[in-house]
Design a protein around this ligand. Structure first.
Ligand SMILES: *[C@@H]1O[C@H](CO)[C@@H](O)[C@H](O)[C@H]1NC(C)=O
Ligand SMILES: *[C@@H]1O[C@H](CO)[C@@H](O)[C@H](O)[C@H]1NC(C)=O
Ligand SMILES: *[C@@H]1O[C@H](CO)[C@@H](O)[C@H](O)[C@H]1NC(C)=O
Length: 460
């Protein structure tokens, strides 16, 4: 024992010697080198005349490549990227099928909040409406007739009122004479030239009058406005759990806004060349340089994926009858692949963490009121095509919220009521998910472009 102690002591003191003799000086050298590096850099910048040096400093290796947990979600960005690699192509296939490409809606509802005197007359703004004769009869039957017969499930016929207490949206009355059929494939969401004051007014109404805490907007001198970055998210960070719901609401709106911007910038019309193509600068200004907006796009994706997961048995049992057995079978096949992929991912959202105590029931009603109001604001969008996609995507998100917050899990199980959702809600949900999937893919393409263009980016 004694010997061992002695040995220990010697090695201890020799460690000390090593530390003083080599390690500390080495640290000092490194430290000085760091300081020198820090001070020398501005000089090297001053004297160096190469743009490469400048852009190297400007180029962010993590541009549009967030990692780690998505805020207010148990899911990591990387998970979404992996899932999306496979799911996006399947979703793309699914939205081409007749069941998912025909949507009936009223494009000319009165804006309930202000006189809608601005109308976009550009050709790009208009929606090509279908001749009803082109729509498969089976789908038309499905479009109009909603069967509420399994009584006692607390569902009210929505034909008289615009929504039930379970809804987060003001829904389309599918039986209405004012509705038109639209082929979504022939009316892609893309650049329309609808910007400036009218578009500003829509987002202003959403952020300033319909988010829980008013979000102040800033104009960035370009043609568009943006919410003060992270206004709500930052101001509530220190507060307690009850603010989670409000943050979620803000994230949903911000993510939707950002995702729509990605679509517009990805399919931009270049007026000089008369060609459609992606516009990096548009993307960078509106989305790319705002990490919180990218995050909120992922957040919306996480919510949609979770909703899809929750209703997976419901969708597997759903009757997608479109009158063409071949097509119906292929819908089932694609959908099953999507549901399998969505199940393979770890949980992406924990809906049970929201509205969890009885005190938050009032908050839940407020949340619904606000969300329904946002779906009403979509009737005030001056550009027809933007209105179409605004309505679809708010309905899609509203449907996801309805699935997550209005029903217990078993309602979507094997014994659930197949009429919980209207066809239009399912179509909106899948199309919305597809739009977000495309946004995630676009962000990755724009990220590549960023490195290809890094010299130009310095000047942005
Ligand atoms: C810096 O580069 C510009 C053009 O790239 C050139 O006109 C200028 O003379 C250069 N200045 C120095 C100090 O090398
Ligand atoms: C609905 O939105 C409009 C327009 O922003 C606003 O004036 C109104 O106060 C909102 N109503 C509710 C109930 O949130
Ligand atoms: C339009 O195309 C021209 C020629 O390719 C290009 O120089 C210009 O930057 C493009 N504009 C936009 C807004 O992308």
């Amino acid at each position: 024992m004694g010997e061992a102690k002695n040995l220990d002591n010697t090695s201890g003191s020799s460690k000390k010697v090593l530390l003083v003799k080599y390690f500390i000086p080495a640290l000092l050298v490194l430290w000085c080198a760091r300081i020198w590096h820090f001070y020398s850099n501005p000089f090297s910048l001053l004297f160096s005349n190469s743009t490469v040096g400048v852009s190297e400093i400007q180029t962010d290796p993590n541009y549009c490549n967030p990692i780690g947990l998505i805020g207010d979600s148990p899911c990591e960005f990387e998970t979404i990227n992996v899932v999306n690699q496979d799911i996006s192509s399947e979703l793309h296939r699914l939205v081409q099928t007749p069941f998912f490409r025909y949507y009936k809606l009223n494009l000319h509802k009165q804006c309930p909040f202000w006189p809608n005197n601005y109308l976009c007359n550009r050709e790009d703004c208009s929606v090509e409406v279908m001749d009803e004769a082109e729509v498969p009869e089976e789908l038309k039957k499905k479009l109009g007739a909603i069967d509420f017969s399994p009584a006692g499930l607390g569902l009210q016929p929505f034909k008289k009122c615009e929504f039930t207490e379970k809804d987060f949206c003001v829904l389309e009355d599918e039986s209405s004479q004012d509705g038109v059929y639209v082929n979504l494939i022939r009316n892609p969401e893309r650049f329309t030239g609808y910007t400036g004051a009218p578009a500003h007014k829509i987002w202003q109404a959403i952020y300033e009058e319909n988010c829980f805490a008013p979000i102040r907007l800033i104009s960035d001198g370009n043609d568009h406005i943006s919410p003060m970055t992270n206004a709500l998210v930052d101001s509530t960070k220190e507060e307690d759990e009850t603010c989670l719901e409000k943050r979620v609401f803000y994230r949903l709106m911000s993510g939707l806004h950002a995702s729509i911007s990605v679509h517009i910038c990805d399919e931009y019309f270049n007026q000089t060349t008369g060609q459609w193509g992606s516009n990096f600068e548009c993307f960078h200004e509106r989305v790319g340089k705002h990490a919180d907006r990218i995050e909120n796009i992922y957040f919306n994706y996480a919510i949609l994926l979770r909703a899809l997961n929750k209703m997976s048995i419901y969708l597997q049992r759903y009757d997608f009858c479109s009158g063409n057995p071949g097509e119906d079978a292929s819908i089932k096949e694609i959908l099953n692949r999507i549901l399998k992929l969505s199940k393979s991912s770890p949980p992406t959202f924990d809906e049970k963490a929201l509205f969890s105590d009885s005190a938050s029931m009032i908050l839940k009603e407020e949340f619904k009121d606000h969300f329904r109001n946002v779906t009403r604001i979509m009737d005030c969008v001056g550009c027809e095509k933007c209105r179409l996609w605004g309505k679809i995507q708010t309905t899609g998100l509203g449907t996801a919220l309805k699935v997550l917050f209005s029903y217990d899990d078993y309602k979507f199980g094997a014994r659930g009521n197949p009429n919980i959702l209207q066809r239009s809600e399912i179509v909106a949900l899948i199309n919305t998910f597809n739009r977000f999937a495309e946004s995630i893919s676009s962000i990755q393409r724009f990220r590549k472009m960023y490195f290809e263009k890094k010299d130009e980016i310095y000047h942005l």
